[in-house]
Each structure stands twice: as structure tokens, then as C-alpha cells.
Design a protein around this ligand. Structure first.
Ligand SMILES: *[C@@H]1O[C@H](CO)[C@@H](O)[C@H](O)[C@H]1NC(C)=O
Ligand SMILES: *[C@@H]1O[C@H](CO)[C@@H](O)[C@H](O)[C@H]1NC(C)=O
Ligand SMILES: *[C@@H]1O[C@H](CO)[C@@H](O)[C@H](O)[C@H]1NC(C)=O
Ligand SMILES: *[C@@H]1O[C@H](CO)[C@@H](O)[C@H](O)[C@H]1NC(C)=O
Ligand SMILES: *[C@@H]1O[C@H](CO)[C@@H](O)[C@H](O)[C@H]1NC(C)=O
Length: 577
């Protein structure tokens, strides 16, 4: 303890490290490590207010715990986002960047070695019994489920493609048994029974447990008959009949970026045409169907928590609620979907309750999906891995190794997927848009609120969300006429571009403290620090983030400069080492 106090005193002067403390390696209640129940929904937005339509989840998780209201995903697409979540790594470090081979899906996850090296495997090594039901990854299918089987779970019951998103004809696959069809049964109700069964198994043992329940709602429905020559047809999500009548008046909130009269965004987004009333009516209907489909999830959450409550384990269980990525409907005129770097797609709900987690608290700090695995490690008393690109979230009143960060790295490769009945706005009526390859930095502190992106086609975006929360006014091209944060705009852009240059190929601690790559002496730990006049020439001379082509995967040769400069003193700088 003397050592840790001395360490604390040493770092106390440094802002970014002020919250870094020494891990408390102390067993929880009755010497047993805490349990985890993780509810992970699919495509659930935060910005269109869907969590507010889940009163049981609100009352039993959010209000009993803490909400992280600035929680972001790092890639806005199911499979890459989930692989990042389960490994604690950015997609450029997993290289699982798509939903299907060659760049993604379950086969790519296996090929990258992660089936032996991801969160459930690590938790088993730490003494946990691990359980899972629901969707794991895309392309985890009738043809791939046993080639090889998923590792790391003591009990599992996975949804399998191509029936994963079929609300009324799902296929589940339990442990090492053959797949089984649930034709005619409502998928979330099937899952509730499976989840409760796995929870019984979990409660039967003296070991701590980790149980993930990953329903498909409110993702669009995909029926196999709809899988034609091109992309599968993604239609409105389907509610359970008992919820079909709800929310008849609900509509997509009419924020200024909903189907705006003026075009907005960059890359292909800026070319999308205004939607007519037929399309808007359909979008409102799809929005209502999402809210309705979430009701069975809300009931499932209630059932699980009620069972935990009667088990005597609830006070030793962390219950986490989140989604794999956000969602937009009509924003920037886009058909329903995700895959963009805009707020609607990268912000997701994140609630946690459990031992030591303050009740009814709202945290503003920036956190991301790659912080979740480190968070669970810390709560389970397991030393953090060097290859974690994230840092624990400060969820409880216990000491935490959490390192404050103001950035989120958002990355994407390949096609945007266009969903719903009117999604066919791609070239030749396709349900996808090529050249949706970009890197972004979302930078958020008490003082500033920015989004900066560089697209594979050369386009750039900079939004000041403190004055433009709906990202309608791209100020990147106002180079000569604007001041931002008290500096000429071009000076700010030099800084955020250099930050993105670090982030787009960061690994481990350089993802957590990127400014240290540019300023190895530790004198700069935030955009504010970097804006100092004395660094102007240094930042102007940095190589700029760029692409030489639009690729569908992480092909380094297309991704411009890989190495930048690091600051030595006012007169010299040299390449990163
Ligand atoms: C869970 O699986 C792990 C890894 O295979 C094993 O060590 C552990 O004994 C299992 N737990 C139970 C209760 O079987
Ligand atoms: C439901 O899924 C099964 C495969 O699991 C398939 O054989 C059957 O045709 C499907 N039913 C419908 C109505 O699509
Ligand atoms: C509205 O737009 C959709 C999609 O482009 C089109 O199919 C439909 O015919 C249009 N409806 C009207 C009334 O113009
Ligand atoms: C995509 O970008 C490439 C350049 O990498 C360009 O040649 C092509 O025309 C673009 N395609 C579309 C549909 O914009
Ligand atoms: C990522 O995976 C793709 C597909 O296998 C491969 O072509 C590419 O070289 C990989 N990228 C890196 C950086 O390893």
C-alpha cells in the first residue's frame, strides 16, 4: 500500500493521470468474484430515444446504476464492433472489418486467432463460468458453426445465419449440438427461455459467472427467401403480437438533420436526394416497429433481473446494458442503417449497475466499446492486457486504473448498407454504397466537441458540435475565414489531423494516450495542450492523413502515411520510433 500511495502522489500533478490509481486486488462479497450479466442489443440507437421506451430496463438497470452518456462504438457495424468489444481492440488491430469474408465475419475472427483469445476465454482462465445466447457474429452460420465451434463458453445457444435476423424463423445452435429451427416462434421469447435456463446453470455453480444475452432487436428482419442475387432484403423489425399496437403516434424525432432541405455530410452521403412523404411515412413506421420489437427485450431484462433478485446473487452481479452500434433513419437523408461516423450511428446506450456502482448517476466522460473488456477485467480483479486498446471505465467507487481520454477513434472500410423498403438508392438500385471507407476522430471535453473525418475519396469533414450538434455545417472548407477554440481553423485542423494519424494505426497504450506519440516528453495530453502557438510549425509539417484508393478492407498500401513526426524541441522533430 505504501508503494501505491507514493505512486499516486507522483502522478497527482498530471491531469490525464489524475484518475490513474492502483488496482485494488481484493475479493468481493464473501470472497467470490463478481458475476456479470451483459445484455447486448443489435442496432439500438441512443439519439432517437429508443431506450426511453423500455421502462423496465430504465427502472431496473439505468436507475439502479450509472449511465455513461458519452459512450461510443469504434466501428458502426455489427461484426467489427462486436469483435472490438470482445477483444478490447480497434478494428485496425483485429482486422475483422466487415460482416463477411474476406474481411470479416466469424471465419475471419477465427482466422485471426481470436477464437482462442477473446474475453470469454480470458474470463474462464480467471475462474469464471461463461454463458452466451443470441447473436455472436455475422457469418456464424449453418455452414461455419462447427468449423471450429466457438471457444470460451461453458454453455451457449447461438443464433445462426442465415436465420439470425428472422424474427419468426430463427435457428439456434446449443453447445455442440446440431442447429435447431424455431419456425413460428418469436425469437426474443425463445431467447428469454434460453437465457433463463443458462442463468440457472450459472447459479448452480459456486464459481462466478459471465452471461451475455444478445437479442436481435431492434435490427431489421431478414427472411431467407429475401436473400436474392444481391444483398439480402432488410425489412422492418417484427414485434411480438402483444406489442404490435403500441406507440401508434411515435415518429422519428424531427431533428434538424432529419431529411434536411440542404444536403449534408461528405463522400457519398452528400449526394443523397431529399426523401418524399412516402419514404418518410415508411421510416416512421419502421421506427415504431423498432420500439415495439424492443418490448420483448424489456420483458426479458425484467425476467432475468427478477430471477437474479431471488437468487441471492444480485448484489454481487454487474448488470450491463448496451448495443453493438447505433442507427439512423432519414438523418442526412439516408435510408435506415448504420455504418456512418455520425452521432446517430456511433453513440449507444451504456448502463451498468452492480457492487460499488453509484445509483442514479450520469457520467459525462468519453468511453467506448474497446473500454468494456478492460472494465470487466478490472472488476474481476484480472491484470489488464498489454494489447488492450482501451482503458477501464470508472464504473464503481473502487479504485480504477482508468485513464481519462477525450477521443474516440472511429473507422470503417467498404460499403454502407442501405436498409428497408426504400433502401435501394445505390448505383443501379443497389442496397449498398461503395467507398464508405473513412477514419474519424471524435473529440469531446468540457471545452470542445468536435468530429473530424477523412474519407477515402479525399473528402474531409469537421463539425463543431458545440454549436452544430446535428452535424449540418461542415466547417472544414472554411479554412481562411474562421477561428475555432481561439485559433485559426487551419491550426486546429493540423492538430486533429495529426491526432488521427496516430489513432488510425495506434496499438495498446498509443490508442489510449495518443498525444504521447507526438510529444514523448508528456507535455501534451489533450487538444487544448497541443493548440499552443509553440507547436504550430511542428503540426504544419506533419504528414496528413490520406488514402490513395477506396478499398473494402484494411489494406495498408491504400492508407497513406503511416508514420508522423514527434516533437523534440522548438527547432527539431523526427519520425516516430
Ligand atoms: C467451464 O469451462 C472451463 C474451461 O473449459 C472449465 O475449466 C470449467 O471447469 C468449466 N466449468 C464447469 C462448471 O464445468
Ligand atoms: C424456416 O427455417 C428452416 C430452416 O431452419 C427452413 O427449412 C424453413 O423453410 C423456414 N421456413 C420458412 C417459412 O421460411
Ligand atoms: C417516393 O420515393 C420513392 C423512392 O424513391 C419512390 O419509389 C416513390 O415512387 C416516390 N413516391 C412518390 C409519391 O413520388
Ligand atoms: C469509388 O472510389 C474510387 C476511387 O478509389 C473511384 O474510382 C470510384 O469511381 C468510386 N465509386 C463510386 C461509386 O463513387
Ligand atoms: C487484413 O485482412 C485482409 C484480408 O485477409 C488482408 O488482405 C490485409 O492485408 C490485412 N491487413 C493487415 C494490415 O494485416
Amino acid at each position: 500500500m505504501i508503494v501505491s500511495l507514493a505512486l499516486l502522489a507522483l502522478v497527482a500533478g498530471c491531469d490525464a493521470l489524475a484518475t490513474q490509481q492502483v488496482l485494488l486486488d481484493e475479493p468481493s462479497v464473501e470472497g467470490r468474484k463478481p458475476n456479470f450479466l451483459f445484455i447486448l442489443t443489435d442496432d439500438q440507437d441512443l439519439r432517437m430515444n429508443s431506450p426511453a421506451y423500455m421502462p423496465l430496463t430504465q427502472a431496473k438497470i439505468k436507475e439502479k446504476g450509472t449511465e455513461f452518456q458519452n459512450h461510443f462504438v469504434t466501428t458502426s457495424l455489427c461484426c467489427p464492433s462486436r469483435v472490438s468489444l470482445w477483444t478490447g481492440r480497434q478494428a485496425h488491430n483485429t482486422n475483422v472489418t466487415d460482416v463477411k469474408p474476406p474481411y470479416g465475419g466469424y471465419p475471419k475472427f477465427v482466422a485471426q486467432g481470436f477464437n482462442d483469445n477473446f474475453l470469454p476465454v480470458w474470463l474462464q482462465s480467471a475462474g469464471y463460468n461463461t454463458f452466451y445466447t443470441g447473436k455472436l457474429f455475422n457469418a456464424h452460420s449453418l455452414w461455419t458453426y462447427n468449423a471450429p465451434f466457438v471457444n470460451g463458453f461453458n454453455g451457449s445457444d447461438f443464433l445462426l445465419d442465415p436465420y439470425t435476423y428472422s424474427y419468426w424463423n430463427s435457428t439456434y445452435q446449443r453447445n455442440h449440438e446440431p442447429p435447431r429451427s424455431y419456425e413460428g416462434q418469436y425469437t426474443t421469447d425463445v431467447m428469454q427461455q434460453k437465457a433463463l435456463g443458462l442463468l440457472e446453470d450459472a447459479l448452480d455453480s459456486d464459481s462466478p459467472f459471465f452471461l451475455t444475452v444478445a437479442p436481435i432487436a431492434p435490427h431489421t428482419n431478414i427472411d431467407v427467401e429475401g436473400v436474392g442475387e444481391g444483398a439480402p432484403k432488410m425489412t422492418e423489425p417484427l414485434p411480438a403480437p402483444r406489442h404490435a399496437h403500441l406507440f401508434a403516434d411515435a415518429k422519428v424525432p424531427r431533428t434538424p438533420n432529419f431529411n434536411p432541405l440542404k444536403d449534408s455530410g461528405a463522400g457519398w452521403v452528400a449526394t443523397v436526394e431529399l426523401q418524399n412523404q412516402t419514404v418518410i411515412d415508411y421510416e416512421d413506421h419502421l421506427y415504431r416497429q423498432r420500439l415495439r420489437a424492443l418490448q420483448a427485450v424489456d420483458e426479458m431484462v425484467d425476467a432475468l433481473i427478477t430471477r437474479l433478485g431471488s437468487s441471492g446473487q444480485i448484489d454481487n452481479t454487474y448488470i450491463i446494458y448496451s448495443a453493438d452500434n447505433g442507427y439512423h433513419i432519414g438523418h442526412h437523408r439516408l435510408p435506415p442503417g448504420k455504418t456512418t461516423g455520425y452521432e446517430e450511428d456511433i453513440r449507444v446506450p451504456f448502463y451498468i449497475r452492480g457492487p460499488g456502482v453509484p445509483e442514479g448517476e450520469i457520467v459525462d466522460r468519453v468511453t467506448t466499446h474497446i473500454d468494456i473488456a478492460p472494465t470487466l477485467f478490472e472488476l474481476a480483479g484480472v491484470p489488464l492486457r498489454e494489447d488492450f486498446d482501451g482503458t477501464p471505465m470508472p464504473v464503481s467507487t473502487k479504485k480504477s486504473e482508468s485513464i481519462l481520454h477525450e477521443h474516440v477513434t472511429v473507422e470503417f472500410w467498404g460499403h454502407a448498407v442501405l436498409e428497408g423498403d426504400y433502401g435501394s438508392i445505390g448505383h443501379g438500385g443497389a442496397f449498398f454504397m461503395p467507398n464508405n471507407t473513412y477514419k474519424s476522430a471524435r473529440i469531446l471535453s468540457e471545452e470542445y466537441n468536435l468530429y473530424y473525418s477523412v474519407w477515402c475519396d479525399g473528402d474531409h469533414e469537421l463539425y463543431d458540435l458545440s454549436t452544430d450538434p446535428y452535424q449540418m455545417n461542415n466547417i472544414y472548407y472554411k479554412l481562411n475565414s474562421m477561428q475555432l477554440l481561439g485559433r485559426p481553423l487551419s491550426r486546429v485542423i493540423d492538430r486533429v489531423d495529426a491526432l488521427l494519424l496516430v489513432l488510425k494505426s495506434c496499438q495498446g497504450h498509443t490508442c489510449i494516450q495518443p498525444w504521447r506519440v507526438l510529444h514523448p516528453d508528456g507535455s501534451v495530453d489533450s487538444l487544448r495542450d497541443a493548440l499552443h502557438l509553440q507547436y504550430d510549425a511542428f503540426y504544419t509539417n506533419q504528414p496528413k492523413v490520406s488514402y490513395s484508393a477506396c478499398e473494402n478492407g484494411y489494406l495498408i498500401a491504400a492508407e497513406g502515411p503511416q508514420v508522423g513526426l514527434q516533437y523534440r524541441d522548438g527547432l527539431s522533430w523526427e519520425a516516430w520510433t
